[in-house]
Every structure is written in C-alpha cells, then in structure tokens.
Design a protein around this ligand. Structure first.
Ligand SMILES: Cc1ncc(C[n+]2csc(CCOP(=O)(O)OP(=O)(O)O)c2C)c(N)n1
Length: 804
C-alpha cells in the first residue's frame, strides 16, 4: 500500500494507518448505535447513520485532496469523518438539532442530521480559499439531487485546465484544474432520472468525476429487483464503459467489505480522473445496513432471515477486523482494546454535545421560571405552578425553547390587563428570545453581504442623438459580447446556444469569439443544465445557464427549488450559487410555448431573485447587475420581444438595472395598473383607449417580482389614484395573488383604496395554439380596457355607463 501516492511506507506506519482506519470505522458504527438509542429515548427525533458503509468511504477519503469537491448524501458519515470534517460530537449535536454553528457547522441544524456541507464563504460573504480545504457541497434529503450539480463541479476543472490564464488568476478556486468531483449515491437512488441524466452529461463532457454507488441491495424496504433492470446498476451502466469505440467511464465493481481491493480501486480511479480527466463509476456491492434504513422502522420487516445472517457475516467492520488479524497487522486483543476505547470516547462526545446544547436553554429556563414565579406571586394563575413543574421535569430529559416560549406567550395574553411591572419583563424576555431565534432559524434566505445584487449601483443606459433603433436582440447580443470581454469567468451554455448563437440569436457570434469552453451547446437535459450552472458557480465561475423556453424550466425546476433557492439558507450562509438562469417566456402561441407559470416559480424560488424585464435593454441591464453579485437569479426575457425595435444604448455592457425598483411608465390619476413583462405592453396599449374614455391610468412596471418594490413606490401611486388593478398572464390567483399580498399587506395600500383591489389574469388552462387561442385565453388590450372600465363604472355609473 502507498500513502497518498507518496511511495512505500514503513511496517509500523502501515500498522498505525490500518488501526487508525479501524478506529474510525468503529467510531462511526458506535456513534450510530448510541445515536439510535438517543432517538428511542426521545433526545432526537430522527436518526440516519453511516453504518455498513464505513470501509469504502475510508478508502475514498484516502484519494480525496484539498481542493476536491464532494456531492454526496446522508450515508457519508465515515467519509466526512475521515476527511476531518466530522466527529461523533458533531453527529450528536446535529441529532439533537443544536442550532449553534460552531457545534453544527454544516447548517446550524437547519438540516437533518448527517446532511453534510463545508463552509465555502466567510462570515462577510467573501469566498474562502477552497483549495486549502476539503469541500463538501451541501447535501439534500431529496435523493439523487446531488447529481445535477456534480456535472458543473467536475466541469469546472476542465474549464480551468483549458484556460490556464484564468486558472492562474483564481488560486482560491483551482489548482490547474486538478480537482476531482466525488459523488456518492445509494443503489436505489440510481433509479432516479437525475442520476442517468448526469451520468450521460459527464460521459459526454469527459470531466473528472468519481461516482461511488453504495449498494446495500435495498432502498428502505424495496429491493434491487424492483429498483433496477437486472437488479444491477453497473450491468445496466456497462454501455458507458470507455472502449475503442469512444470515450466514456471506467466502471469498476468492488465488494464493500474488501479493504485492500477498495484502496486499489480508488487509487486507480483517482489517477484517471486527476491526470487524464477520465471519469469513473465505482459500484460498491455487498454493503450492509446493520440496523436498517433509519430510526423510522426495523429492517426485519422486509429482509429474510438468510439476508439478515448474511449481513452479519459480511459486515464490513467485521471483515476488516478479520483481515487485520489474519494478515498479522494486529492481534485480536489490540482490536478489542480499540473497540473498548471507542465506546468510551463516543460516550464522552455524546455527553459533551448534549451538555453544550442544553446549557444555554437551561439558563433561559431559569430566567423564565423566575419571571413566572414573580407573576404568580401577584396574580392568581393556578396553571403557572403546573407549568413550572413540567418545565423542570423536561429539563432533566431535554428541553426545547418551544417548551417555555409557548407558556410565556400564553401568559402574556393572560395578564394583558394586569398593571404589574413583570408584564414588561415578560414581554422583553419573549422579544429577546424571538429575536435570537430569528437569527438561528429565519435568516440567510438571501445574501445580505457586500456581494448582494441589491448593493450593485444603478447605471442608466445612455443614448446619443443618433442612437440607432435596432432589433432588440442586438442589444442583448452586443451586451453579451462586452460582458464576455470584461468578465473572464462568464460562461453561457444551453440548447442551441453555441453554434447557432441561440434560438433568438441573442448570443450570435459569441462562441466564435470566446471559444467552446465558455459558450457551449448542451444536450437536451434541463435539470443538469441547471446543475452544471450550480457546480460551476460554486467553483468561482460566473455561469449563465439557459433554459430554452420558460415552459421547459419545469424540467430544471427541482434543482432550482431544492438546491439553489435553499442553499444559502440551509447552509446558514455557508454556500451560495452565483448562477444566472436565462430563459424566455410569456406570450407566444401553443400550450408549451406561451406559458407564464409565474406563481409556480415565485412559490418555488424564494431564495432566488426573479427578474421579468419588459424589453431587452432592461434584460441586458439585469444581466450586468447580476454579474457583479454573488446572488442566484432567473431572468425571463419576453419571447415576443426580440424583433421589436429598441434604441441601442451608447454604454452597452456598462448599464445596470437595479433589482427591486419599479418604474412608472405612465402617469395617471384614476387608477394604478400594475404589470410586468410582455403584458406591460398590452396594458400600455389599453391605457391609450382608456384615456379617450376619460379614464386616466398610472402604469407601473414591477420589473422584478423578487425582490418586490423595495422602496414601496406602488403604495404612493395608490395614495394618489385610490384604485388598484394587477394584470398578468399567469393563472388566476397565481403571481397576481402574490403581487396583491405585497401591495396590500406589506405596503398597507388597503388604507388608501376607494374600490375593491382587483386582478386580471389569463384563463386557468394553458393557451391553445393560434392567434385566437391566445386572444381568448390571455388578457388582451380589450380585456384590460373592459376591466378598468368596469371598476370605474362601479365607482361612478353615471359618468361610466355599463358597456354591455
Ligand atoms: C426524491 C426522494 N424520494 C423519496 C425519498 C424517501 N427516501 C429516503 S431514503 C430512501 C431510500 C434510499 O435508498 P438508497 O438510494 O439505496 O440509499 P440508502 O439509504 O440505502 O443508502 C427513500 C425512498 C427521498 N428522500 N427523496
């Protein structure tokens, strides 16, 4: 055996390495078993552990270097421990849901236990030097969801290796493109589409990924014969094997209990990936699940007696022990001593984790009990004595802040009419605990650091007297050319983006000028186009991932919702994806070419920004703003806007449109009309006709749905007009409901309304093909006219007699 490729090692070093590996495997196993007991006794609510998978993960860790990346899942306890990022104490802190980051650094317990992640960002939002640490991208509970981002994590090494000049300027993100992206996945999760899509994309791109499949033959209770053709994922994957016909993967099958074989396999895969960027798939079979899937049920229900016995006989830790003794590395007694020490060590770690978790909560309990006692001394509330008894009892077993906060808040309601000073003490206590827990549980959905897009200064487009009127797509195109010149990290990729310059020619000529590694066609695979962007952006690049049409974003929506939108929140500000998703939507024709599912996007994407520019100048301005920030965002261009004429700004590539700032595009006094995107033009058209009917409309273009009108300009308009209509082409109750909630609740516009606030949306069904399909489905200028007119008729039927 060699130590990290450093040549032969001494016999004693060899023994110490093996015994350290054994100790680590035993620690993971023991912490799982003590953790399981903690869940049964109620100290934690859910436990999922790495038992049965230890040996392969220890072998993997031996080839994982600083600067490498992991995209894995909840079974990787031994891997994370071997990488020095985890310990039994961390595991217990996570099991108890200790919210303090110093004790649960993956997420501050925003995530379930054993969902791992390394901190990529400093507290001020700047990037750490990722080449000086082992990098784990943040796990998700959704199976196979680590696979889309794996594509980009591995591709970044290729981009950097192909662009040495760029790599030289990014020392915190690459070491000449030598980094490997390691993925882990359970056998059953390989039945997911994301797995196959990513495997194919990585095979096509030939980028340095090493995929490990932990195969214990089940996915909870469902066995491999139901999960996979031929019950064998590597048999099915065999077509991806590289051979004389073409590039592909090195596919290797190995037993999860065979320590020397595992070491050898990972050394081989590492060499291929690091030196030649050839990806590998390592199918680790004959793994076990000694205590079943999680703490939520027992595996006796679905495993046969024979299987249970086999799992005992082929347990990887047992086999490792046998191998150590049989090959003369150490004696049974030495192993037994380690086992004993491990049990004691894990107990100590567990106790420390519990004590440190409970200590601050117990302090708060003392404080609240003293407040309760002094209130009880003055007001007769018989329940208080029972509450104190219950709370003291809970504190012996495990206390949550919820236990005393629910009582404290109830008590405040009970003494609201008492004139005692303790009322203020109680109120202050509640406010303080609420605000401390806001920090623990409710912050970091968005990046508020200096790298936030909201901190990018506006630069208005400028024009000269002879500024040309051009097809709007030219503005986008020229802007991208400037951007790619100025920002070497900028990349764009998607279907038809490379060779032909995009379906609407917005990136015409970009590939010729900036090369295939920065401007690229991709396969038709939306989820992994998004994933590609996630991975690349986590590695210091500035990708724009293109979804050809808004209607197909749904294929890429899972990684947007689960990964991008939650990443900054779920890592408590530890990771972020500065990824721009470019798409085009609204207004065209046909069920899948004219969608505007804005409500769906809005509800799924909190944590990302959503820009809905009405023209291409504004679209370009949003790209320029976002490129200066670390924030993930989607920009939806108007599908019917590319050939509309717009003036070509003189400061192309320089102007920046601010996020969260609305624009009043028509002044008026009778009613405020709120819209965005393509519908804005329909609304503007209607206002001309309304003017003739004696109705003066103020029109406001929202510009960004998230963030929404940060300076509350809309309510200022409503104060003037006292009427409000929100118009878009989503389903009724879609984005219009969101917009109304913002204006009525957050901006208090209700106080200034003389008429009921209304919405005008499309029909609930998708728009049928053809001009009439569109006309009778989406709001037309006549629909806007009639809706506004009806509101004015209701207010003044004499001046505005009924139309029909
Ligand atoms: C997309 C999704 N579907 C279902 C689940 C519920 N679930 C959690 S673990 C699991 C089984 C996973 O089995 P496998 O991939 O073999 O991994 P193992 O847990 O056995 O290591 C299921 C169905 C989930 N978390 N995500």
């Amino acid at each position: 055996m060699t130590a990290k490729g450093k040549g032969k090692i001494s016999k004693n070093d060899f023994k110490q390495t093996i015994l350290a590996d054994y100790r680590l495997a035993a620690e993971v196993r023991e912490s799982g078993s003590q953790g399981r007991r903690d869940v049964l006794s109620g100290k934690g609510t859910f436990g999922i552990f790495g038992d049965g998978k230890e040996l392969a993960q220890i072998a993997l860790a031996k080839v994982f270097r600083h600067g490498d990346f992991r995209a894995g899942y909840y079974r990787d306890q031994a891997l994370m421990t071997a990488l020095g990022q985890y310990s039994p104490k961390h595991m217990f802190s996570a099991l108890y849901a200790d919210p303090e980051l110093e004790r649960e650094p993956s997420s501050g317990s925003r995530q379930m236990m054993n969902h791992f992640g390394t901190r990529f960002l400093n507290d001020d939002g700047s990037w750490r030097n990722l080449m000086e640490q082992n990098n784990s991208t943040s796990d998700m509970a959704c199976l196979a969801s680590q696979f889309p981002r794996l594509v980009g994590l591995a591709q970044a090494s290729q981009v950097y290796r192909d662009n040495p000049e760029l790599a030289k300027n990014k020392p915190g993100f690459t070491n000449g493109g030598n980094e490997i992206a390691f993925a882990t996945i359970g056998n059953s999760s390989c039945a997911e589409g994301h797995f196959w899509e990513a495997v194919n994309a990585i095979g096509v791109l030939q980028v340095p990924a090493i995929i490990s499949i932990w195969d214990d033959a089940y996915g909870i209770s469902v066995a491999n014969d139901v999960q996979m053709t031929k019950s064998d994922v590597s048999a099915v994957l065999s077509g991806f094997q590289r051979d004389e016909k073409g590039a592909g993967y090195e596919i290797i099958k190995v037993n999860g209990w065979d320590y020397p074989a595992l070491i050898e396999v990972y050394e081989k895969a590492e060499k291929l990936a690091r030196e030649e960027h050839i990806p590998s798939i390592i199918h680790v079979v004959e793994m076990t699940q000694p205590t079943g899937h999680s703490t939520s049920g027992s595996h006796e229900r679905y495993k046969s007696k024979e299987r249970m016995q086999w799992e005992k006989d082929f347990d990887c830790n047992l086999k490792f022990r046998e191998w150590i003794v049989e090959s003369g590395v150490a004696t049974k007694e030495e192993i037994a001593t380690i086992d004993k020490e491990v049990v004691a060590f894990v107990k100590v770690q567990k106790k420390e984790a519990w004590t440190e978790f409970q200590a601050p909560i117990k302090e708060e309990l003392k404080e609240v009990i003293s407040i309760f006692n002094s209130i009880s001394a003055q007001v007769n509330i018989p329940e208080i004595a029972d509450w104190i008894k219950d709370l003291n009892q809970s504190s012996m077993f495990g206390l949550f802040r919820r236990n005393f906060m629910s009582k404290a808040r109830m008590l405040l309601g009970m003494i609201v009419n008492e004139n005692i000073p303790e009322k203020a003490t109680l109120r202050n206590f509640i406010n303080r605990i609420n605000s401390e827990n806001y920090e623990r549980y409710n912050t970091k959905l968005y990046n508020e650091s200096a790298t936030s897009a909201l901190k990018v200064e506006e630069v208005k487009p400028t024009y000269s007297s002879d500024s040309e009127e051009v097809d709007a797509r030219i503005i986008l195109r020229d802007n991208f050319h400037h951007m790619f010149d100025a920002i070497p990290e900028a990349m764009i990729f998607g279907e038809d983006v490379g060779k032909i310059g995009g379906v609407n020619q917005g990136v015409e000529g970009l590939q010729d000028k900036f090369g295939e590694s920065r401007v690229a066609d991709t396969g038709i695979r939306e989820a992994t186009i998004i994933g590609q962007g996630i991975g690349l952006s986590l590695r210091g690049l500035k990708p724009i991932a293109e979804m050809q049409y808004l209607d197909y974003v749904i294929y890429g929506f899972q990684p947007m919702v689960d990964d991008i939108a939650s990443l900054h929140y779920r890592t408590h500000g530890g990771q972020i994806t500065p990824l721009i998703i470019r798409t085009r939507g609204h207004r065209l024709e046909g069920i899948w070419h004219s969608g505007s599912p804005m409500g769906m996007l809005l509800n799924g994407m909190r944590g990302m920004y959503l820009c809905v520019p009405r023209d291409m100048t504004r679209a370009a301005g949003f790209y320029n703003t976002l490129m200066q920030s670390n924030d993930p965002a989607m920009v939806i261009e108007c599908l019917n806007g590319y050939r509309i004429k717009e003036k070509l700004p003189t400061n192309i590539g320089e102007f920046r449109v601010p996020l969260g700032k609305v624009e009043t595009t028509r002044d008026g006094s009778d009613i405020t009309l709120i819209s965005y995107g393509s519908t804005w033009r329909v609304v503007m058209d209607a206002t001309e006709k309304l003017e003739r009917a004696g109705i003066s409309c103020e029109v406001i273009d929202i510009q960004t749905l998230v963030p929404f009108d940060l300076s509350h300009d809309i309510v200022e308009s409503v104060k003037k007009t006292n009427r409000l209509l929100v118009i878009d082409e989503d389903v009724p109750g879609g984005a219009t409901a969101y917009i109304l909630q913002k204006i009525l609740e957050e901006q208090d516009a209700y106080n200034y309304l003389d008429s009921e606030p209304q919405t005008l949306a499309a029909k609930a069904h998708r728009p049928p093909y053809g001009a009439d399909g569109d006309y009778f489905t989406k709001p037309s200028s006549e629909d806007v006219f009639e809706k506004v007119y009806a509101m004015m008729h209701e207010a003044n039927p004499v001046k505005f007699p009924s139309l029909y």
